[in-house]
Design a protein around this ligand. Structure first.
Ligand code: SAM
Length: 291
């Protein structure tokens, strides 16, 4: 059987099943086997690995994952794709497809039920672009240890994930991801590699768990809330964002001034210039000051 990932076979599958390809679910199917080879290489897959895939579509990436790993567990929200996947992937006995919305799935429970403990666990996916950020946040906050995360997304979102301080793309998403992972763009994928073609180019990102920062924030939820608040009004100074978060009472202003002095950060700076370490210092100093 030829690979699913070719323009001819993808189009043939769409035609044969009269598939109603749903833009609203981010359905863009990869048709370039070279790119899939690259993804598998970037994920550094081995026959020992168990793999979670999000959004198998008609199975083009799933097929490559099955060939290069121990077991694949894939979450697909679209019911109409389930019988198609049954057929396109029928020659592989190491794939389980769950007809579930990944944002509603109890990932730790499902992983425990399907995979034996002790194997390396990797996440590999061509993500549905309309929910890239919530999926990544859920995965990072799930507490599950992935040995590596290799995901395709809209290039503009990938740029935000890896952005460094002082750049336009740097913001709360960059910090949320870089707080937990070493994250890099492995390669870019042109829109012509998909059927149907999306309106944007894409990029593959790999993420691996990083060493915790030192010091750590006194509370991670407070840290993430503070970072989001600091970027609420991007064009305003850090000081004005602080006032928007904590209020404008003279007493609050005095305490904020103490905190900024203690951490040696200028009130006139823009939040986008601050490093993750500085945000951690700030949130800890605010806590010490009772704010
Ligand atoms: N993996 C296939 C490929 O590379 O050709 C398809 C990728 S396509 C960009 C995204 C897939 O995610 C679609 O199959 C879509 O139906 C599925 N999807 C969208 N929202 C989802 C959700 N909330 N949970 C699980 N799958 C979802």
């Amino acid at each position: 059987m030829p690979l699913i990932a070719s323009p001819a076979r993808t189009q043939a599958i769409i035609n044969r099943y009269g598939l109603n390809v749903k833009k609203s679910l981010g359905q863009n199917f990869l048709t370039d086997a070279n790119i899939l080879e690259h993804i598998v290489k970037a994920a550094d897959l081995s026959p020992k690995d168990d793999v979670i895939e999000i959004g198998p579509g008609i199975g083009s990436l799933t097929e490559f994952l099955a060939k290069n790993s121990h077991q694949v567990l894939a979450f697909e929200i679209d019911e109409q794709l389930i019988p198609i996947l049954d057929e396109t992937l029928s020659q592989y006995d190491n794939i389980t497809i769950l007809n579930q919305d990944i944002l509603k799935a109890n990932l730790p429970k499902v992983i425990k039920e399907h995979f034996e403990a002790g194997r390396p666990l990797k996440l590999v996916a061509n993500l549905p672009y309309y929910i890239t950020t919530p999926i990544l946040m859920n995965v990072l906050q799930s507490g599950i240890h992935f040995d590596a995360i290799t995901v395709m997304m809209q290039k503009e979102v990938a740029d935000r994930l890896v952005a460094v301080p002082g750049t336009k793309a740097y913001g709360s998403l960059s910090i949320a991801v870089q707080y937990q992972t070493d994250c890099r763009v492995v390669f870019e994928v042109p829109r012509t590699a998909f059927i149907p073609q999306p309106n944007v180019d894409s990029a593959i990102i790999t993420m691996t768990k990083r060493e915790p920062f030192d010091p750590v924030p006194f509370d991670e939820k407070a840290f993430s809330k503070f970072v989001k608040g600091s970027f609420q009004h991007r064009r305003k100074s850090f000081w004005n964002n602080l006032l928007a978060i904590f209020g404008k009472d003279q007493e609050v202003k005095d305490r904020l001034t103490n905190v900024l002095n203690a951490v040696r950060i200028s009130p006139q700076i823009r939040a986008e210039k601050l490093t993750i370490e500085q945000f951690i210092e700030m949130v800890n100093a605010l806590h010490d000051e009772g704010l």
